[in-house]
Design a binder for this molecule. Structure first.
Ligand SMILES: Cc1cc2nc3c(=O)[nH]c(=O)nc-3n(C[C@H](O)[C@H](O)[C@H](O)COP(=O)(O)OP(=O)(O)OC[C@H]3O[C@@H](n4cnc5c(N)ncnc54)[C@H](O)[C@@H]3O)c2cc1C
Length: 454
């Protein structure tokens, strides 16, 4: 019986079919990276996920898990045929226990919906990756996604206390749970977090929440160049002042987004920008805001520090749009997500521009200064295959730079399919042996997301 017919017997006629273009690519599609699959299947719950996995495992069919498809590393793109496992129907809230500051959600719930549910009860789920309306909590867990608030509050994995997953050859397991501490045995939950679907399928998670901060007060400062911005960043980090968010834009990113800046104007001296935010009770946020104004203003110019809710929201909407403003410069971009020790940020910023210039491409960076995490970007004409090829060569050099600066080739988007050749270049043989050993234990037939992550 054909594959689709077999899968329909498991999930019902409406929920299995031929794999259309929508599930053969992810948000990294500007690199024209699309895969191939024989079918797409959308199970209703963990039991159906287990049944699909069991069927695939028995028949040696590859399984590519898919959340919102907002990934930027080709992780959800099927590269070995087989089945795309769409987790979108697993979007239920299983439990909400506000008095315990926790909730259990299924993997397909949108990130924005997780945040909304928490807020309804005055609680907060701090991880805030940028594509929250599209991404799912399962995808966030599988990539251990970060975002601006990761600086103070940590990445997604820091907020996951328990996981339910389907492992080979089609079994539902639970690790951790509604507990705040758990050191019983090896931490398999941690192994699954960030595993990009190569070890198993996350079907649900217990998430830790905290009371939502009552106030959030941003401060924006500009500096003549990245070196001056680096001095301000290093001083701030050493000062003990604790902002919740600490973002940056380099000269190129500021220039691209300046037109829409909600503050009074940036002036000619805006060669580098830091955007910090104080949060907490109104009194605490105000106190930290005062410290930020002082430290960031020492050698920079404070250009905006809104205190009203509308002004604060407008600033963050602008920050969210930086990526689009950068794309608008030439119609396309190739962005990577290297991370370096924060005190080496300016070197990575300068290196990005130099590498771009060597390949004849304008370049800029912005991102999460406090975490030393750059969205290093080469601007290109989408229709020009030559430029895309040059940008890809530039990205390889960028990874060399990140590693030379003591950093990593991926701070938040993961390895997926696109960065695998680069991971291989930098990984010590012993580390690779361990990675593949873990994979073999979880997935002896190599059917979970083949061609990805390791
Ligand atoms: C505009 C924009 C802004 C972004 N901003 C950020 C940001 O600030 N921080 C950040 O970290 N990322 C960011 N991203 C990248 C992306 O949103 C994250 O990587 C996100 O976590 C992916 O979630 P998803 O549900 O879309 O996963 P997908 O893209 O569907 O999949 C990502 C990977 O996870 C695997 N996977 C998905 N669901 C499951 C599951 N249930 N079980 C096992 N494996 C699974 C897939 O196989 C794939 O390997 C951004 C992307 C865009 C387009």
């Amino acid at each position: 019986m054909p594959l689709v017919e077999e899968l329909r017997r498991v999930v019902g006629d409406a929920h299995a079919g031929r794999a259309g273009a929508a599930v053969l690519a992810d948000a990294s599609e500007q690199r024209a990276f699309a895969g191939r699959a024989d079918a797409v299947v959308a199970p209703a719950d963990a039991a159906e996920v287990a049944a699909v996995v069991a069927w695939c495992y028995e028949h040696d069919v590859a399984i590519t898990p898919r959340g919102g498809g907002s990934g930027l590393a080709g992780g959800a793109v099927p590269v070995a045929g087989g089945v795309v496992l769409d987790l979108g129907r697993l979007d239920r809230l299983r439990a909400f226990e506000p008095e315990g500051w926790r909730m259990e959600v299924e993997a397909g719930m949108r990130t924005s919906e997780v945040a909304r549910r928490a807020r309804e009860h005055g609680l907060w789920f701090p991880p805030d990756p940028g594509a929250a309306e599209q991404s799912t909590i399962g995808g966030n867990i599988a990539t251990n996604a970060g975002g601006p608030h990761a600086f103070r509050y940590g990445v997604t994995g820091a907020w996951v206390t328990g996981l339910e997953a389907v492992i080979a050859p089609g079994e539902v397991v639970r690790v951790g749970g509604p507990v705040r501490k758990d050191v019983a045995g090896l931490d398999l939950k941690r192994l699954l977090i960030g595993s990009e679907g190569v070890l198993g399928i996350v079907t649900a998670a217990w998430l830790r929440l905290i009371p939502a901060p009552e106030a959030a007060l941003p401060v924006v400062a500009v500096y003549p160049d990245a070196a001056a911005g680096q001095r301000a960043l290093t001083t701030l980090l050493a000062s003990g002042v604790q902002p919740a968010v600490l973002e940056f834009l380099d000269a190129g990113a500021v220039a691209a987004a300046a037109g829409a800046f909600p503050g009074a104007g940036l002036g000619a001296g805006a060669g580098f920008m830091l955007v910090a935010e104080a949060d907490g009770t109104p009194e605490a946020a105000r106190a930290v805001r005062g410290e930020l104004l002082e430290v960031l203003g020492e050698e920079g110019e404070i250009v905006h520090a809104p205190e009203d809710l509308a002004g604060v929201r407008a600033l963050w909407r602008w920050r969210d749009g930086v990526s689009y403003s950068v794309v608008a410069q030439r119609g396309g971009k190739l962005s990577e997500d290297i991370a370096v020790p924060p005190e080496r940020l300016a070197e990575a910023v300068a290196g990005t521009v130099e590498i771009g210039a060597r390949h004849g491409l304008p370049a800029c960076s912005w991102g999460h200064a406090g975490d030393g995490n750059l969205h290093s970007t080469f601007l290109l004409d989408r229709e020009d295959a030559g430029e895309l090829a040059r940008a890809q060569r530039a990205a390889h050099e960028l990874f060399d730079l990140a590693v030379a600066l003591g950093g990593t080739i991926s701070g938040e988007h993961g390895i997926g399919a696109l960065k695998r050749p680069d991971l291989e270049r930098f990984e010590a043989p012993a580390v690779r042996r361990l990675q593949h050993g873990v994979k073999a234990v979880f997935d002896p037939k190599g059917l979970f997301n083949p061609g990805k992550a390791i």
